[in-house]
Structures are given as C-alpha cells and as structure tokens.
Design a protein around this ligand. Structure first.
Ligand code: GLC
Ligand code: CA
Length: 560
C-alpha cells in the first residue's frame, strides 16, 4: 500500500455521543461504532476519525480531556476501542483518533497538581501569569466561548490561560516535558494500532511569550485575537513529526482555524516534515459578516463567488506543495443543506450538489456522520441548545453586552450552531430514529421519519447512494486524485464549475447552487461537444450535456 494511503482515501467522521447507543443509556458508544462498521464498508469509506472518547467531564463534549489514555465509561472501556481498532482493520478501515493537546480538562491530574503551587513538577504544565497591580487579568485576551481567556485561581493566586472554556486550561508547550508527555501518549495509541491523528486546534499551541494586548476596535472588555501561528508553532509541530509521526508513519490532519493557503504551504509541505493535511476555516466563513461586533453570530448571505475564490486558492497553492483536507461539515459545523442549500424543496438536490463540488476537488474528503444522508438543522428554541459555545456567547452578547438582539442571535444560531451537527444520527424511522432504545441525550431531529439511513438505502435516488457513487469514482479514477484544477466562470454567483485534467483526459465538475433554472449551454467550456459523457449526475434522468440546468442540479462530465 502507498505510504500516503490517505491521498485516495475518504474519511468518515464519527461523533460517538450521537452515533449509536447500544446499551440504552441514551448516549452513543464505542460498541455502536463497531456495530456500524458494515455500514461504513457499504458506504465505501477508508478510514474513520473518532471524536474524543477519553475520560472527560464533557464540558465541551469530550474536547476537555482528563486522561488521554483512558476511555470514558460513558463510551465503554479501553478494551472496546482496542477491539474496534482491530475489527476496523479487518474491514480495511483505518482509525484516526482525535488529539486535543492545546488544552486539557481542569480535572486532569496535571492541572490539579499545577494549580497547587509554583514549584512542583507540573507547575509549568499550564500558562500561569500574575494579576496586574489592580488585580485584573494579565491582558485583554478573550476566550472563544466568551469572556476573558484568563481565570483566577485562588489556590495558586495567579491567572491561567484558557482559549476555550475555563474548564479547558491551555497547556504550556514551551515546557519540553509537556511535549514529551504528549508524544508518549501518541506512542501509546500507536501501539494500540491507531493509524492517524486529527489534531484539535494544533496551530494554537505556541503563544507569544510577551502576551501583548489584542487590538480592540470595538472597545470590548475582552477580544479574541489571532490565536494561531504563534512564534514556535512550526518548531513544535516539526518536533512532533520527528518524534512520532515520521518514525511510525502516522497520518496527521491538523485543525488550523485562521489559516490561509499560504500558511498551509508551510504546514503541509512534505519537505518540511510537519503535517500531512490541515483543516482550514477560511471557506466556512463565507457567510460571516466582516468585522462584526458579534463574531460568528453576525451573519450575511453566503457568498458563492468568495467560496469559489477561497477553495480555488487552496487547490492552486497546494498543488505540488502539499495536500488538501476537504470538508463542509463536522461536529462544529451546521448542516450544509440548511446553511447554504435548500433543505425544504431541494434537500436531496442541494446535499448532492455540495457533495459533487467537494468530492470533485483535489484532496482527501471528510464526510461527517449524517452528511451522507443529507441531515438538516433542527428547529431549536434557545432552551433547546446544549453547546457551551452557544450558551456562553448568548449570555455574554445578548444578555450582558446586548450587542445583538435575541431574535438575530437565534436566527444566526438556526443557521450555524454546532448543535445541529450533534443531534442523534438518523438510522431509521423507528423510535428515536433507531439511535437508542432509551432516552436520547439530545433531541432527535423530527424530520427523521423521512431523513434516515434505511430510507436512503432503499430509494433509487438518495443522498446516500450518491455518496456511494462519488466515493467509488474517487477509488476508481485517478483524475480526481491527481488531475490539475481550473476554475471556470469565477464571477458567476449561481454556478460552481471547474475542470480537472489528467494527461489527455478532462472532466467538468459543475453544480447549480441555486433554485434557478439555468442553461447548461452557458456553462460548457468552448471546446465541449454536446455528446460529452455523463460520469455522474444527481438528476437521474440526465443523459447528455444539453438543456436546462435545473435547481441544484450537478454533474461530472467527461469533456470530448
Ligand atoms: C476544536 C473542536 C471543538 C472544540 C475546540 C476546543 O475547534 O473541534 O469542538 O470545542 O476545538 O477543543
Ligand atoms: Ca450508550
């Protein structure tokens, strides 16, 4: 097998808490993942990324880890995951675990020790600073979940840094012992058979040791500044590569929030030996108002021209310099059909149109659980939301600072809240969508009677079947893996169209990302003849490249 097996792989992300519950406690578990291996084989994926299942108080749904080497009892036992890894390997499926090493839970022994005193073994495992003379925070840094990024600790009489919730203290990567502890943990999991790591906010691990205030144009009490690409980031990641990733051939995909494709060139250039791929956020911000007071909650209409420009810059800048990780959904993103598509009249069409665009690109596609059946956002009231990001931001922005009205906040939440991705997986139209026999920990989306796996497996045209076909196509034809990329009609605000070319062969990937009726003819490259062969299409009656491009119609054609 090629060393870079991930280049023609499709990876499926499982959010275990919401995937499948096998013991009736209402919470998905590791045995539930094992039970669905056959399903994943049927879909055709090559690997699964499992969101954190380690011991955790679940303040941030497991992204607050108490013990990196222990499975949380709510998900099962360590033996369950060892068993899952082996069984997945027998099915030809790789296992990618989630490594959350920018921070731990405050319950971690490391932190419990660290907060005791300034001179014990763990004292410098976290980022501690004295208060200013007036007792206030060391600087104006804001937390991603609202408020200050500093929390006062009464026992140690210092502040500690937390980019996320205050129960998620940031580790001090300046301390070589911290780094060695992390590398050891990675070796531990390698010994259990893990094939790769998804690295949570890995580009945040290095902090500017001068701790300067962030620019504060809106005069807010605390501001979230640039938390990424700190001074020693490349050095730390390269060290991790040399210590663990390279010697054990472990695949890596780092979460890299503010990265541009220029930043990526450094992080994923194979010669630099850092990471294999990164997840950028750049293309996911095309519906965010620029310089709004309320960060992610200031939304605007999705800008397709911008989306095309950003995805294209990644395609071109990483060509021969690295490899793309492709995604629209994950556990932090709402459902694409509801956010950018049409989840009412054209749910199937818009889900498959976005899939066509994503899977036609060069890179490794990541499919998030439920995306392959076109799951949608739920219709939540404020009391239904569960995510700490949302509840903390709501308190701060709506109730305290009043910079956004409740109605506008809810409108934004309905589009983008992370909770939409975390509702239970919809397996069938049985009770609780077949997710649990007990009481689900989080409300099942009431559309499950129609939107579910069993239904999609039996229908002739379903989002699931379309994903199967896309995945098969990538496995069978190298043009989608290796072919050169060229964007067509960059300024068109309805259609996303591009060419992939490998040797003599050229494919056109085209999607109408609107409710409008358009003419195909207007979008075919000059040299195309109308007997171009249809490779794949989401309207099943499509037989040639002529006529009307219907709402959300998408296809891949071989140009002749
Ligand atoms: C990443 C995770 C997100 C989590 C945050 C803090 O962005 O994907 O779910 O809240 O890091 O760990
Ligand atoms: Ca369970």
């Amino acid at each position: 097998m090629r060393k870079d097996w991930w280049k023609n792989a499709i990876i499926y992300q499982v959010y275990p808490k919401s995937f499948l519950d096998t013991n009736g406690d209402g919470i998905g578990d590791i045995k539930g993942i094992e039970e669905k291996l056959d399903y994943l084989v049927e879909l055709g994926v090559d690997g699964i990324w499992i969101s954190p299942v380690y011991l955790s108080p679940q303040v941030d749904n497991g992204y607050d880890i108490t013990d990196y080497r222990k499975i949380d009892p709510m998900f099962g036992e360590n033996q369950d995951i060892y068993h899952l890894i082996n069984k997945a390997h027998k099915h030809g499926i790789k296992i990618i675990m989630d490594m959350v090493a920018n921070h731990t839970s405050e319950q971690s022994v490391w932190f419990k020790e660290s907060r005791k005193s300034k001179d014990n073994f763990f004292s410098d495992f976290y980022i501690w600073r004295d208060a200013k003379d007036d007792g206030s925070e060391p600087n104006n840094w804001g937390s991603n979940f609202g408020g200050s990024a500093w929390e006062w600790d009464q026992s140690r009489k210092q502040y500690y840094l937390h980019y996320y919730a205050k129960q998620q203290p940031d580790l001090n990567w300046e301390n070589p012992r911290v780094r060695q502890y992390i590398y050891d943990m990675m070796r531990f999991w390698k010994a259990k058979g893990v094939d790769g790591w998804r690295m949570d906010v890995v580009t945040s691990i290095s902090k500017d040791q001068n701790f300067p205030n962030n620019p504060n144009p809106h005069k807010k009490p605390f501001v979230i500044g640039n938390q990424n690409n700190g001074p020693r980031m490349h050095e730390f990641i390269h060290e991790m590569n040399q210590e663990v990733l390279k010697p054990f051939s472990i695949m890596s995909v780092g979460e890299s929030p503010d990265s541009t494709s220029e930043d990526a060139q450094l992080l994923v250039d194979p010669d630099r030996e850092e990471l294999d791929m990164i997840f950028t956020f750049e293309h996911m911000h095309v519906d965010r108002a620029k310089n709004g007071m309320n960060g992610r909650w200031d939304l605007q209409q999705m800008d397709l021209v911008k989306l095309k420009r950003i995805l294209s810059s990644w395609q071109l800048n990483l060509r021969n310099h690295g490899w793309n990780a492709l995604y629209f959904e994950n556990h932090d993103r709402a459902r694409t059909t509801s956010r950018w598509g049409n989840d009412k009249q054209y749910r199937y069409e818009s889900a498959t149109a976005f899939a066509t665009i994503l899977h036609g690109l060069q890179g490794t596609p990541f499919v998030y659980q439920g995306e392959e059946i076109g799951m949608t956002n739920s219709n939540f009231g404020i009391e239904d939301y569960e995510d700490i990001e949302l509840t903390d931001n709501y308190r701060e922005l709506v109730l305290e600072q009043k910079t956004i009205s409740k109605a506008d906040f809810l409108k934004a939440a309905h589009k983008i809240s992370r909770d939409h991705a975390r509702t239970p997986m919809q397996w069938s139209n049985a009770k609780n969508a077949g997710f649990t026999n007990g009481t689900p920990w989080f409300k099942v989306n009431p559309d499950y009677e129609e939107v579910n796996v069993a239904n999609d497996q039996t229908k002739e045209n379903s989002v699931f079947k379309y994903y199967q076909a896309l995945i098969k196509l990538r496995h069978e034809d190298d043009i989608l893996i290796e072919g050169a990329y060229e964007l067509l009609y960059p300024e068109d605000s309805n259609v996303f169209a591009y060419k992939r070319t490998l040797a003599e062969k050229s494919w056109l990937v085209i999607a109408n990302l609107s409710d409008k009726q358009l003419k195909i003819h207007d979008y075919l490259p000059q040299e195309t003849e109308k007997d171009s062969q249809i490779i794949l299409a989401n309207y099943l009656d499509r037989t040639n490249a002529a006529g009307i491009l219907r709402p959300w119609e998408s296809m891949i054609l071989e140009l002749s």
